[in-house]
Each structure stands twice: as structure tokens, then as C-alpha cells.
Design a binder for this molecule. Structure first.
Ligand code: IMP
Ligand code: MG
Length: 189
């Protein structure tokens, strides 16, 4: 089957651990195009620096940047807030910092999912201290009712139930990032 088919299907090699499709590949694609159009309008005068939060946001970043019709720049940082498990530890560690200076830049943090919000809260303070002209967030997923920290998210792809999900960049034990749809995970943790 065509992996970009609009019909939901479960990848055979992963079907033992995948539950239902939470967001189909087609829904992801269409929504990312919309977000790209919105960012293109909002930042027409100030092409932003997109900051991808590795690794979970890689798929989203790759598609989003191509949906924006402006001379955007991109950079990457890696943080770790989860150990190997599916519950947040509340402790955020910078694993890789940015290469570029944020002074007077219009910055958009590109995140995969906001769960407790602790990771984003930390990132906002950390990057906000570097004098950007503006600092906004574009999160693909927002987990319903889970936020322990009030979040102002300028762009959100989808609000989803609080279940643990994998696919389109999201992992469990580093796996399943290469799925095109987003699924609940029903395997071992
Ligand atoms: P938070 O600090 O609780 O908001 O967690 C945010 C980070 O935890 C995200 O950037 C993800 O890397 C990871 N995470 C949270 N929920 C999920 C999930 O359902 N699947 C995979 N990773 C998740
Ligand atoms: Mg992660």
C-alpha cells in the first residue's frame, strides 16, 4: 500500500505495538501545510529562525519548513526530559545547544508534543534570556489537560487525548519515529 495513502493503515512491521491511529498521515500533512501558510502570513516582514527540538520534532520540522514560503533559517537543539520511560521526570537537560546567536531574531520553537509543559517552560526561559526580538512556539501536538505549567502556544497542530503516542518523529525507546501517522502505543514500556 502507498504509505502516503489518505487511508489509515498500520505499518505491518510495527503492528504488534500500535493501537489506534490518533492522527493520520493525511491529516498531519494537511495541517502542517496550514501551519506553514499561517506562519508565512504572520512572519512575512520578519522571516523567523526555526528552532527544532530534537529528536521528536525532526519530521515536523522537515515538513513545516518546506510549507513556509519565506527565507527561514533553521537550527537545532536537543533536550532530554524523559529517561527511557513514558512519564516525565520533570528534569530537563540540554544535550545539544544552538549554534546561532538569538539576539534580535524572531524565533519559533518547533516542538513535537507538549505534555506536562515542563520541557517547553524550561526552553522558553533558556532561549528567552538570549534577547530574541520575539519567541513563539509551534507545537504539533498538545495533550489534553496534562499541562502542569500554563502555556501560551501560538501554533498548535492537534489537541489529542493524554495517551502515549508514537510516529512522525515521536518515539518510545528511540523507535517508531519513522512512521508517517501518529498512533497510540500499546507495547511494553
Ligand atoms: P513535557 O515536558 O512533559 O511537556 O514532555 C515533552 C517531551 O516529552 C516531548 O518533547 C517529547 O519528546 C516527550 N513526550 C511527551 N509525550 C510523548 C508521547 O506521547 N510520545 C513520545 N514522546 C512524548
Ligand atoms: Mg522525546
Amino acid at each position: 500500500m502507498d504509505r502516503h495513502s489518505p487511508h489509515d493503515f498500520t505499518a505491518k512491521w510495527a503492528q504488534d505495538v500500535l493501537g489506534e491511529v490518533v492522527v493520520s498521515a493525511k491529516e498531519v500533512h494537511d495541517r502542517v501545510e496550514e501551519l506553514g501558510r499561517q506562519i508565512t502570513l504572520d512572519y512575512a516582514e520578519n522571516p523567523p529562525l526555526l528552532v527544532c527540538v530534537l529528536k521528536g520534532a525532526i519530521n515536523f520540522m522537515a515538513d513545516l519548513m518546506r510549507a513556509i514560503e519565506l527565507p527561514v533559517e533553521v537550527d537545532f537543539m536537543a533536550v532530554s526530559s524523559y529517561g527511557a520511560a513514558t512519564k516525565t521526570s520533570g528534569v530537563v537537560r540540554i544535550v545539544k545547544d544552538l549554534d546561532v546567536d538569538l539576539t534580535n531574531r524572531h524565533v519559533v520553537i518547533v516542538e513535537d508534543v507538549v505534555d506536562s509543559g515542563l520541557t517547553l517552560n524550561y526552553l522558553r526561559q533558556y532561549l528567552g534570556a538570549r534577547s530574541p526580538a520575539s519567541l513563539e512556539v509551534c507545537a504539533l501536538l498538545l495533550k489534553e489537560g496534562e499541562q502542569r505549567v500554563e502555556q501560551l502556544l501560538k501554533y498548535v497542530g492537534f489537541t489529542i487525548p493524554a495517551d502515549f503516542v508514537v510516529g512522525y518523529g515521536l518515539d518510545v525507546h528511540e523507535r517508531y519515529r519513522n512512521l508517517d501517522a501518529i498512533y497510540t502505543y500499546v507495547g511494553e514500556v
